[in-house]
Design a protein around this ligand. Sequence first.
Ligand code: CP
Length: 316
Amino acid sequence: MKKFTSITDVNDLKSLLSIAQELKSNPFKNKLLGENKTLGLLFFNPSLRTRLSTQKAAMNLGMNVIVMNLNNDGWAIEFGDGTVMNQGTQEHIKEAAGVVSQYCDIIGIRTFASLTNKADDYQDSVLTNFIKHSTVPVISLESATLHPLQSLADLITIAEHKIIDKPKVVLTWAPHPRALPQSVSNSFIEWVKQTDVDLTITHPEGYELNEEFTQGVEISYDQEKAFENADFIYAKNWSCYRDYGKTLNNLDHWVVSEEKMKLTNNAKFMHCLPIRRNVVATDQVLDAPSSLVLEQANNRTFAAQAVLLKMLRDED
Ligand code: CP
């Protein structure tokens, strides 16, 4: 595996899920595989789970890890080809990616959507440029439009907790005080569509996601109706895709509450975290035994470890 940026980079999803589950049972089985290999983690925005779980995954495989917050600690990177760099940017991606490739055997990179330039965000130009100019495998730690390690962890979590073969999974939009990217939701949809689940998306009018992801999926503007008979409720906020990056007002009633969870088939509650309590979901929902949010975060380690293992073994 030379890059891990979306479901399209995965040859055999069942096998990847099974590797992750095996690693969860025996995290140190491949402790020598990563000996004398270095993972470099580059962050353009804050992180708790991605940063720590990916480091832990690498350490479980015996790798060394170096981490850098590029926004705060690095030179401002230029991505444009042929730019006369006499303004704010100080280092070109060609040199930056080339240099990091000499120090690291695998690079992980987290970027973030601008939410102002849809074309640029949906080309994932920061990640794509890093891949283009790196000479070692690259893992997306979340891009402007996708969050594949989160989605892999989410599929592990659903597989562990489903009690029927084809569960009803509902992705629900939920309120948030800031405009957020569509990456977790896009990614969740594209990964879940590859598994045997009955997927419904529910959101207020105006929050339609990119049809490239939602094509073929049932979409409802009625959150309570969508919750009926659900086995899993996955809550996530995202900003508008059509009116790119914008948010709409007066939608606080879309919070996931205990009352709404009662409409489901004793559904498990999921969220990628971090979550704003009593905005996205209530304390009662998050503190209930049916909440899987910590388990999702735990599975981030084994999702990352499975991907690193494939890259270290140079397997597809
Ligand atoms: N879910 C997730 O990616 O969390 P962090 O932003 O803390 O890494």
